[in-house]
Design a binder for this molecule. Structure first.
Ligand code: G3I
Length: 373
């Protein structure tokens, strides 16, 4: 507001001085300028990276300095058959980031979900042998990272491999290779692009069991001289989770283990929680009472939601010197996966811009505090 006032007065003064006022260019404040200590990112879908969603693209370009591909770099999308890669969407995504001078994040190289089925089946239709699976992981990681070498800042090398109790998810990677699949993935990534940052990424990271499991994983990698630069706390939150005390304990534990932290998939469901996790395959049946704000979010709920998001950012800022990035998992509420997960067909309000593309109050307040509005 102050900036706008300044420009109007200048124009009047110029006019008063008899010279033709130059049309003062009104500089729109940028959200990322309110986060000087770390990058502020957003997950973008193919309609945005392919420039079809003009409104979404305008918000991304105006407010964010980092992007991550919501889906187009996942194994099933980019490497659908053993000898077939589909690069178009990932290329558009990377070019979008380069054209807009943004930090570009690769999500994700090794994940139990959305992994192309061929990955685990040999040419005789049997389960692939350990050595063959290691070779396939190496080929996938090396091919993707080589194509985008020097263009992608960092990768979620392994995603969601530890359960809430700290044990290893019994994925096919784990069943075939045991714990070794994780060091192997990071080793392959280190060799493929020595300059790329390498992350372990997971949800429900405020769970004490998962915290302990991830700390142990980080320490094991480091003890073997395998580089891991940061741990990603996805931060899929709700009105009743996570406990801020546990959330902060996890941040401190990961930093204490010798890695930075980043908040990689931030959203906060405004709806009744039925699932505190983010495991894509955990879904529930639709029940009207679980979709209470089908038309709009009541102001009273919105006020609590914005307060919780302010608390979240307050905790993040406390550890800013070890925070690399905060990324919203989508542009506007309409884009969010939470409208259809864990229950299809709900209206949720989890992101930083509403369905009209308006920035939400917790961010407007932050920008005003920083003198940007
Ligand atoms: O692209 C196809 C489209 O051609 C088809 O018509 C349509 C209907 O079946 O499906 C489309 O693919 C969907 C894709 O999103 C793109 O919209 C997949 O079915 C759907 O499963 C996929 O969901 C994504 C989910 O990961 C699974 O990959 C969500 O958008 C995405 O937000 C979610 O993100 C994950 C992170 O990668 C990892 N952390 C958890 C997070 C939430 O599950």
């Amino acid at each position: 507001m102050k900036k706008f006032l300044f420009l109007s007065v200048s124009a009047l003064l110029l006019a008063a001085c008899g010279s033709k006022p130059k049309t003062a260019e009104v500089v729109e404040p940028k959200l990322c300028d309110a986060f000087p200590d770390y990058t502020v990112g957003v997950a973008i879908n193919v309609n945005q990276s392919n420039q079809k969603d003009a409104e979404g693209v305008a918000i991304i370009k105006q407010h964010f300095n980092s992007i991550v591909a919501e889906n187009c770099m996942k194994c099933e999308e980019i490497h659908p058959e053993e000898n077939t890669y589909f690069w178009d969407d990932a290329d558009r995504f990377v070019e979008f980031g380069e054209d807009n001078n943004m930090q570009i994040i690769g999500h994700c190289l090794i994940w139990h979900s959305q992994c192309a089925p061929w990955f685990f089946v040999d040419d005789k239709g049997k389960q692939v042998k350990p050595e063959e699976l290691k070779q396939r992981m190496k080929d996938h990681i090396t091919t993707v990272m080589t194509r985008y070498k020097g263009r992608i800042t960092g990768y979620d090398v392994v995603n969601e491999a530890i359960l809430d109790d700290g044990s290893y998810r019994p994925s096919l990677f784990y069943q075939i290779l045991g714990e070794e699949f994780i060091p192997w993935a990071f080793q392959c990534a280190m060799e493929a692009d020595p300059d790329a940052e390498l992350y372990y990424n997971d949800y429900s990271m405020a769970q004490p069991g998962k915290r302990a499991g991830v700390v142990e994983l980080v320490k094991k990698l480091k003890a073997r001289g395998i580089r891991i630069d940061a741990v990603g706390l996805q931060s899929h939150m709700g009105m009743d989770h996570p406990s801020w005390e546990e959330f902060e304990a996890s941040i401190k534990a990961f930093i204490g283990a010798g890695v930075d932290v980043q908040f990689t998939e931030v959203d906060m469901s405004a709806l009744p929680s039925v699932n505190f996790g983010a495991n894509v395959s955990d879904t529930e049946e639709y029940r009207a009472e679980l979709n209470p704000y089908a038309e709009a979010l009541p102001d009273s709920v919105s006020a609590v939601w914005n307060e919780r998001m302010t608390t979240f950012l307050g905790i993040v800022d406390k550890y800013a010197k070890n925070v690399r990035r905060v990324t919203a998992w989508g542009v506007t509420d309409a884009d969010s996966w939470k409208n259809d997960w864990p229950i299809k067909g709900r209206s949720d309000y989890p992101l930083w811009f509403d369905r009209k593309g308006q920035m939400k109050p917790f961010l407007v307040d932050r920008m005003k505090k920083k003198g940007l509005m």
